[in-house]
Design a protein around this ligand. Structure first.
Ligand code: PEP
Ligand code: MN
Length: 344
């Protein structure tokens, strides 16, 4: 349940509610600040009836959370979550753009790409130092050396770093370097990794598994949230269907569907969703039009030489075009929320 405290609740009244819940062994999280305080206690209904808490001094209202994803559910929060990554806001109406090559391959490659990503006005660079690859013989990433190069790139271009943690063993090293840690599609149900992510103090970008339902994706987010990390961003990156024209199928309707049931920001990755450079820009535009809070896009200074995901990497010129078009679409949508009805 979500316990809404009165705007004039006294500190000792808040403490009394907390003591009652904690005394019964209920895990809880205090949200908001003075005047808008609420206590999220997902499993409190097992120990207390709502009216027991509602009659306590300082309690304004008790709202039951019927959703099985107690923490991710929109019912469990009074406002939508805004995740701030080095000044870039995911959620809250902004369009957060993240881009970079699939993997860190060399200083030259990383820096050449980071340079034009920064020139396009982006503040976050994404590249994998640890790559989860389908074949054990494919490029696996530079590992710790890749993390070191990412730190250099942050310094050189003043870009925040988004990079993937593929295993529990290397998690701390990745967390040390990253401003935003990606959990990849293949690891969406790696529960040990999710718990580890939930115990760290960096925001998490949780990709949807290629075969995962919305419900399974929400439960994966719940694993992270339940360990105390409230900064989770969801990323739709395409799912496996019968369609054979692209690497995956971008499930565009999951963007509004996910946002309808949870309070977390949702971004779209049109690169892995399509696997084809010519489809990336149209799908990026569709993601923004569907209400995504941001995009995660692969671009490479020389895609023909890329060690992974070259066919889907945007060329620098395409990349600039995508950024402009997506910002324009976002701006139109922002304007339309002020009441000027639009037909899409
Ligand atoms: C990636 O981001 O480069 C990647 C491998 O993505 P996904 O986990 O979505 O396949
Ligand atoms: Mn990739």
């Amino acid at each position: 349940m979500l316990i809404l405290m009165s705007p004039v609740a006294r500190p000792e009244e808040v403490s009394e509610v907390l003591a009652l819940l904690e005394g019964a062994g209920i895990r809880l999280q205090v949200q908001g600040s003075e005047g808008t305080l609420s206590i999220l206690a997902p499993h409190a209904s097992k120990a207390f009836k709502a009216d027991r808490l509602e009659t306590m001094a300082g309690v304004r209202k008790v709202v039951p959370i019927t959703s099985p994803f107690k923490l991710a559910s929109a019912e469990g929060s009074l406002s939508r979550t805004v995740v701030n990554v080095r000044g870039v806001r995911f959620g809250g109406g902004d369009l957060a753009l993240v881009a970079g090559p699939c993997g860190v391959e060399s200083r030259e490659q990383l820096f050449a790409t980071a340079r034009y990503v920064a020139e396009a006005g982006l503040k976050l660079l994404r590249a994998g130092a640890f790559k989860p690859r389908t074949s054990p013989y494919s490029f696996q990433g530079l590992g710790l050396e890749g993390l070191r190069l990412l730190e250099e790139a942050r310094q050189e271009f003043d870009l925040g770093i988004v990079t993937e943690a593929t295993e529990v063993e290397a998690f701390e090293s990745v967390a040390h370097t990253a401003d935003l840690i990606q959990i990849g599609a293949r690891n969406m149900q790696n529960f040990a990794l999710l718990k580890k992510a939930g115990r760290c103090d960096k925001p998490i970008l949780l990709k949807r598994g290629p075969g995962a339902t919305l419900e399974e994706w929400m439960y994966a987010a719940e694993y992270v949230l339940a360990e105390g990390n409230r900064n989770v961003i969801l990323c739709e990156r395409g799912i496996r269907t019968w369609s054979d024209h692209a690497r995956n199928t971008l499930d565009i309707s999951v963007v509004p569907a996910a946002k309808a049931i949870n309070h977390l920001p949702v971004v779209v990755d049109p690169s892995h969703a399509t696997g084809r450079r010519d489809l990336v820009i149209p799908c990026a535009r569709a993601g923004v039009a569907a209400g995504a809070d941001g995009l995660l896009v692969e671009t490479h200074c020389h895609p023909e030489k890329a060690l992974s995901d070259g066919p889907q990497a945007l060329l620098p010129s395409d990349f600039f075009q995508m950024v402009h078009q997506c910002r324009d679409i976002h701006r139109v949508l922002q304007g339309s929320t002020s009441g000027v009805g639009l037909a899409f």
